[in-house]
Design a protein around this ligand. Structure first.
Ligand SMILES: Nc1ncnc2c1ncn2[C@@H]1O[C@H](COP(=O)(O)OP(=O)(O)OP(=O)(O)O)[C@@H](O)[C@H]1O
Length: 632
């Protein structure tokens, strides 16, 4: 593209003139932002030295399309996150972000909308269902009836051109879903549901082909003409995309090298002595300048990009030149006026932002989605059920109709119980993936104000834990219990099934705790296997707990295996009589010899202990979920 030609092109709206809209969107200003990060290094995660990734950046973003461009690692996403209130505030050394002259805190997250780079959507739900989920949770019920929400979803589907795929599932690694562009549109739609006037997007075109990228930016352009301030980071846009930008912020190594009307950027760099070759894309040209690939003909411009230094001189960097330009002076002047008018009491007001819907309504909507997800992604539930039935049949066959004759009566029973408990505890290892799999979606939705952490946690307990873990265990118990020929009384069967369920729940809750505490499967597997193996050793089958060193034997009180094994042994042995050729042995005698309290409370204290483990692990799992880092 020739430079002279560029001026003739219809970049009218991006030439610095005000965008004409009936009701303008908010004006976002940021001033003197210094942002630092400190990376952890080495195996001990020692804190390294501080690195400044945003260096004294200031700017004004108004109604229209505001693009943040720069080479990779220049700080585009960091700047976007800081002004959107998504970046860890501990790194902010100085600076202030104002929206319509009001100081904003992190609660800007609940008042604006942010579309993340990787579209975070529930893959098993259709486009319409995802949009409705967002609408149900983020639109206040008092002002918006169910019919209104459905109407709103319908209008967004039309506005975003999603009619053809509205009832298609988004898609998962197992289900083929909508295309990348449709996915991105749906992500934007999830945020548009609240009709935000301030919209942030992190690299909305990355990973899309150029036509789809074009249509996404054209869509954003259309939305901005409805009175929205749209701020986004972007990598090397093609010209047809670039010419839609109203405002451009160009960054290099955390410093602003240009901030002003997108249509004036070419003139600015030409005034610095840079020449855009014919047919070159201006966006590519600007990046070539910041990367030091394009050289200036002016003797005052230098470039400190690695070892590349312009031959012409050693005087000023592009950032310094920008600071001396009239664009920077105009921004400073405007910022001075805005800061003078800013309302100091607005910080308190912004803190009042909260969830749009009540706890119970959120619980209903999130439980419904979790259930749909389980039903439409049944592999895990089916596998769980099939595993339980196969294991029950195998155990039933191995210990088929156990006799009452000594020694096999005792050996087989204790062996069978130990095997059953192992099966119950280790059969729940799959639960460690629960919060790891959905971590990104939970963090995104929770920090976007969709629902409370407690709502998400309880939805997992009600929809995943109870039906997925308890029902299969009752089926498992009813198959193997009668095949093994254990105590035929129905009450004894119920006590057996209850013990199995409690053991399983205790195993799952420990898996939940690990799952909520770490972010990788590898780490979760290590952390869950270790306590399970130690609990097994202290279960009372592999070693006699009474003969253990005193200072070590207390560990048995934390063993799920011990409580489970004691409970099923009491349930089976009490009242039984075993015999050999010349002697008889009562179950009570055996229990006494093992130091097991076989009174009624003796049985129930094991259930109480298991319940205690469940409650403690669940409470800590919830605390860990709350502690997950929401900052970027
Ligand atoms: N939380 C963080 N921890 C460590 N380093 C960080 C963090 N956030 C940003 N950085 C560093 O800050 C610099 C700027 O990162 P940022 O993601 O903002 O760049 P970018 O211009 O968006 O890059 P890209 O286009 O590749 O996404 C990079 O060097 C990055 O490694």
């Amino acid at each position: 593209m020739d430079v002279s030609e560029l001026k003739m092109l219809p970049a009218g709206e991006s030439d610095g003139t005000k965008v004409c809209v009936k009701v303008p969107g908010p004006t976002l200003t940021y001033q003197n932002i210094h942002y630092c990060i400190r990376e952890s290094r080495g195996p001990c995660r020692k804190r390294g030295p501080e690195r400044e990734i945003l260096k004294n950046v200031s700017g004004i973003m108004k109604t229209g399309l505001n693009a943040i461009m720069g080479a990779t690692g220049s700080g585009k996403t960091s700047l976007l996150d800081v002004i959107a209130g998504r970046k860890d505030p501990r790194g902010l050394r100085s600076g202030q972000v104002l929206v319509d002259n009001k100081v904003v805190t992190s609660d800007l997250r609940l008042m604006s909308a942010y579309v993340v780079q990787d579209d975070i959507l529930m893959g098993t739900l259709t486009v319409r269902e995802n949009l409705l989920f967002s609408g149900n949770l983020r639109l206040p019920r008092k002002q918006c009836s169910t019919a209104d929400k459905e109407k709103k979803v319908e209008s967004i589907i039309q506005e975003l051109g999603l009619e053809d795929c509205a009832d298609t599932k988004i898609g998962t690694e197992f289900i083929r879903g909508v295309s990348g562009g449709e996915r991105k549109r749906c992500s934007i739609g999830m945020e548009l549901i609240t009709s935000p006037t301030l919209l942030f997007l992190d690299e909305p075109t990355t990973g899309l082909d150029s036509n789809t990228a074009n249509s996404i930016i054209a869509l954003l352009h259309r939305l901005s003409r409805g009175g929205r301030t749209i701020i986004f980071s972007i990598h090397q846009p093609r010209y047809s995309i670039f010419r839609l930008f109203d405002h451009l912020t160009l960054l290099h190594k955390g410093e602003t090298v240009y901030a002003g009307p997108a249509g004036k950027a070419m003139d600015y760099f030409q005034s610095l002595g840079y020449t855009c070759e014919a047919f070159n894309n201006p966006a590519d040209f600007f990046l070539d300048i910041t990367n030091g690939e394009a050289l200036s003909s002016m003797p005052t411009v230098t470039w400190f990009s690695g070892s590349k230094v312009s031959l012409c001189s050693l005087e000023k960097s592009l950032a310094e030149l920008y600071r001396e330009s009239h664009y920077c002076a105009a921004v400073k002047e405007e910022l001075k006026c805005i800061t003078g008018r800013s309302d100091p009491s607005s910080e308190a007001k912004s803190k009042a932002a909260s969830y749009a819907t009540s706890f119970f309504y959120q619980l209903k909507v999130v439980c419904w989605r979790t259930m749909l997800n389980v039903v439409r992604n049944p592999q895990t539930s089916y596998a769980q059920m099939a595993m339980n039935i196969i294991c029950a049949l195998l155990i039933g066959l191995i210990y088929y109709q156990m006799p009452l004759s000594l020694r096999e009566a005792l050996q087989n029973r204790i062996g069978a119980f130990f095997f059953l408990i192992i099966n119950m505890v280790f059969g729940n290892l799959s639960a460690v993936e629960l919060f790891i799999n959905e971590r990104a979606i939970f963090v995104h939705e929770n920090s976007g104000g969709y629902y409370r952490t407690s709502v998400y946690f309880l939805s997992k307990v009600f929809v995943d834990l109870l039906p997925n873990r308890i029902v299969p265990i009752f089926i498992f118990s009813s198959i193997c219990y009668y095949m093994m020929g254990l105590n035929p009384s129905f009450t004894a069967f119920l006590c057996f099934a209850l013990t199995m369920s409690m053991v399983s729940l205790a195993g799952v809750s420990l898996a939940f705790l690990v799952s909520a505490s770490v972010s990788t499967f590898a780490m979760a597997n290590v952390l869950i296997a270790l306590p399970f193996v130690f609990m097994m050793v202290f279960g009372g089958f592999l070693v006699n707990l009474n003969s253990m060193l005193n200072w070590l034997s207390w560990l048995k009180w934390a063993s799920i295996f011990k409580y489970g094994l004691d409970a099923v042994t009491i349930n089976e042995m009490k009242g039984q009589v075993f015999y050999s050729v010349n002697a008889t042995l009562t179950g009570e005698m055996y229990l006494q010899s093992q130091g097991i309290d076989y009174s009624l409370w003796g049985f129930w204290q094991n259930q109480v202990a298991l319940l205690g483990i469940v409650l403690v692990c669940m409470t800590f799992a919830y605390i860990q979920l709350r502690r997950i880092n929401r900052w970027k």
